[in-house]
Design a protein around this ligand. Sequence first.
Ligand code: UN1
Length: 488
Amino acid sequence: MKTYGILIDGKWQPSSSGKTFDSINPSSEKSIGKFQQGNEKDVDRAVAAAKKAYESWRLMPPTERADILLEAALILQRDKTHYGELVSIEMGKQLKEGLSDVQEAIDTFKYFHGEGRRMFGHTTTSELQNKAAYTIRIPIGVCGLITPWNFPVAIPSWKLGPALVCGNTVVFKPSSDTPLNAIELVKVLEKAGIPKGVINLVTGPGSTVGKRLVEHPDVRMISFTGSKATGEWITKNAGVKKIGLELGSKNPIIVMDDANLDLAVEGTVWAAFGTTGQRCTAASRVIVHKKIQKAFEKKLVAAAQKLKIGNALTHEIGPLVNKRAQDKVQNYVDIGKKQKAKLLCGGKRGHGLFYPPTIFTEVTPKMTIAQEEIFGPVTAIMPVNNLTEAIKVANSVDYGLSSSIFTQDINNAMTAIRDLDFGITYINSSTIGSEVHLPFGGTKGTGNGTREAGWAGVEEFSENKTVYIDYSGKLQKAQMKDSGPRKK
Ligand code: UN1
């Protein structure tokens, strides 16, 4: 069994804790390697290395930093099968999705390669003569990146891409469920030419590694994707730092009575059961017009029962990530039954870490399964009478990441775009499938207003500097010209 190190100042090494943990393939429940259980001391050394590397990294032209990202994209592209299989093996999503996880990272690095030649500021006027005014984007400093297991390559790339092109250095703490994917991704960036100290990687528990990173005074920004509880903890404990949060959701699909039903069923199957429901963008609520409810339910159950469950490398629906996740899903299903939601299919854990697609109907907005993120292959059909009620139900949760409506009526679609309180709205498509050049993130409990990906990624990982250049040769003073009271 191979033992992997942590990366500090360009050197892979053991943690000072002397302890390791295993990463488990959830399909077989076998270990795939030993990883360092990092601690506070490791984080302190990693932050110090990142701080030192920042001095020269921030001065490298952004186009040169960007070239390293392009090179990394090309390496991933060349060996995409290898990296895609690794996603399926360590995280448990089907191979096609493992490959698309890697594709999302390739696209992201290519996009941020382009940002090396954009990173636009504003040029504007000055209220004084012979004076110029404009803004530039400047790096923030050392960034702490804390990432989840469900997109073990794509989500780190959303953070690493913009952080690096903008001139920041990083300490990366990946989820303990997918450390190998994180290490392989960082090795790709090393191969592509990242100088030592610019990326440091410390594996280990959130309660030590993550905590120290959040509290460290030399870390200027924390970018976190994960649970709402941890996001709230970070908000309270990070001190004065920039914070970017993406904290999950309870995403709805609305199916109107005029919808193309087969399309709506296909979209729901993908959004509810794709990645075994383990996406922040998964649709765990389907708000269905009563007129087509029965027909929709019949088609959805039939489609869900056709899905092939098993080893992620060879099946459509892989396992849940670990035992804790499976217990959590089963617990929510039991609560659903107790609260009198009607179970249409699934509802009982499979062998190992597997769980079958599970559909409830007659779910009402106050039920627990209509409110809380389950992060498993469970969806709740909620019948409604009209669009106004559908939107009200859709908005009746604490989260606001992704939403979707299936309708052939432009008026319904435009109303939904205006009124759904979510960061993303899809028309006639499922709630999953964001593209890397557009902002990704949500309203309400999903985050704190930051967005990742696309130009929003540059905004997230840089700051504005405002520049004034006075070429009058005099000391000109703003706001000191008294225009006096208006004359009648
Ligand atoms: C996530 O689940 O946190 O739109 C990210 C999607 C993917 C990204 C999901 N492109 O589902």
